[in-house]
Unconditional design. Sequence first.
Lengths: 251, 507
Amino acid sequence: MRVAIFPTCLGDAMFPRAPIATVRLLERLGVEVAFPSAQTCCGQMHLNTGYADDGLDLAATLVDAFAGYDHVVGPSGSCVGSVRHQSADIARRRGRAAFADDLDDLAGRTHELSEFLVDVLDVVDVGAFFPHRVTYHATCHSVRMLGVGDRPTRLLDAVRGLRREPLAASDECCGFGGTFALKNADVSSAMGSDKARHVVNTGAEVLVAGDASCLLHVGGILSRQQAGIRIMHLAEVLASTEDEPALVATP
Amino acid sequence: MTASGRHPGTIGAGEGALHHPDVDFPHAAATALADSQLRANLGHATATIRDKRAAVVAEHPHWHGLRAAGAGIKDDVLARLDVHLEELERQLQAGGATVHWAADATEANTIITELVRATGATEVVKVKSMTTQEVGLNEALAAAGIAAWETDLAELIVQLGDDAPSHILVPAIHRNRAEVRQVFLDHMASAGIAAPADLSDDPAELAAAARTHLRDKFLSAKVAVSGANFAVAETGTLAVVESEGNGRMCLTLPDTLISLVGIEKVVPTWRDLEVFLQTLPRSSTGERMNPYTSFWNGVHPGDGPQDVHVVLLDNGRTDVLADTVARQTLRCIRCSACLNVCPVYERTGGHAYGSVYPGPIGAVLTPQLRGIDTPLDKSLPFASSLCGACEEACPVAIEIPDLLVHLRTKIADEAPRYDLQKAAFKAMKAVLGDPDRLARAERGTAVARRVLSRSGRVAGLPVLPSWTTTRDVPDLPERSFRAWWAARADVDGVDGDAGPCAPGEGS
Ligand code: SF4
């Protein structure tokens, strides 16, 4: 089984904790992980802003990099969603049919982390230890594009020591939405503030999600409010063990 | 002018609307966001309908099947729209109705104004209809000296208050009952029977005042104007789905009935209604069944309106039809479920969309019907975080996020090369598209971190004010994933490029 990590450009540059934790977790579960370094970005931000050809050119770096791998694992519902449910359709609309077929092929091999663990590796208890109160935000694309369902919460609930506090309106958008956060900054902030309020109301120490982008957005608001709540990617929590615990310091 | 010879700008924002085509969505939204009463009214109202809808959808054993069937029926209709419309026209005429075709809003308004004039009436009663709002019929009739009275309770509130509708189904959703009481007290008298002087804000009292006011209109009106939720081609039957019974009054009491119907409302057979009469009420009001469903075809001597007209409206719909990607927009049955679940709509309300069609469906439909020319219409496809809640709720499975991206692509394609954002995304692509440049940029990030972090948390950056006004910028990482991997590979003595399991090395 040839498995490649897809850290995503955002995870690579801005939130490396998530892909690093993904590698450690998968290796702990006996999976050999490769990082084909020709990959850069899935092109989602370009595609979603209307720059279809530029976005597809970026997605092409993934097609090349992941050729020959059985499984591609990304710790991001959003980027995996773009690969699986968006790029091939757009490629067809731009008249790039052969490339669209390549993207379809890649889509069939690409998994979001919780899907890979539960569906491919068939594990729910990954042997993690994380003695903290957490709450889980179900990111839009993981829920509605990929349909990860309760996979992430089943994984979390199997973590020893972890107490999960229910989050009100947990699958409502945090207001990030890529360029939406900049183009419609006021509406985005209103959505993010409501999300942050729900998070604070849980009393959790840690906000967990499967997308670095949403975490950085809500985390930015929580940090501005000095809310004292840390953000962590699902992969970081699952990578934490008694021997190598993830540190929960000040946010 | 568009290909169909239509002047853009024919979709109104409703009577009394303050919208201006030069005010884009973000600016209009800022005004709405600052109105705490509006936020409270909207938050409460959308949450209530959302929960009701969720419950009656969840209990239905075949919801996914119904949704797929609804989408399928509409797609089949749209693929052969001409054939179904001709059949509808034949059957309507056979039943004694007169059929008119209107290419755009102006034509529709002219036809209807002339029809009313011919009766000699100076007043008409109206059944709630999005299509008549779309063409600005009330304003056109008023210009011809004809008063058009809305008879749906919420439309009445909007009309009396000289306000603009902000929701497809609940046009006065932005008003609470105290505000409604004030509107009735201030404005009912000048429009007909006055509200009682001691009117309270008790919903039952408010409804009773409206009933007294409206009954007088129903009994005196000679002409009614309606839309239609569905038009059944095989029998030439129109259908209106409603909750208050005002529709049935309008459809049965007057001598003349004029219905303005979008060409996408046609369904081939009565059997098709089986699907929509289940999905529409559950999606719109969160009821298993709506209280009043009225059907009529043609003229029946001595029973109901004796002069029946149907105006079939294009107004940009054939342009939408011609775009094979966006065509599914025309599946819409105007249930408004997408508005109620939309986190953007919930916070801004409908007025910011500057159209009688607000919310997610408005963000895709309005620019297509009106043309993507003004700052407002160019901003509408971006008025979404693409969270997908609308598509999930839509009873005809319209892929709204996908259509928003499609429209964004049209806008980007048409933008000049010197467009700032276009240039910025090109520059970004140059870095993101090349692993070596990306790695260099990431090393630059690490340097920036050392500089910035001396001042601690990155709270304000002059280059990103729209982010940092409300949100901290994340702490920049010490090193990128790429750098971590390379360093680890060096230590492990494996090929840093492909890792321990490069393709071709076996595993
Ligand atoms: S787009 Fe779908 S959910 Fe929205 S109003 Fe139309 S039918 Fe209803």
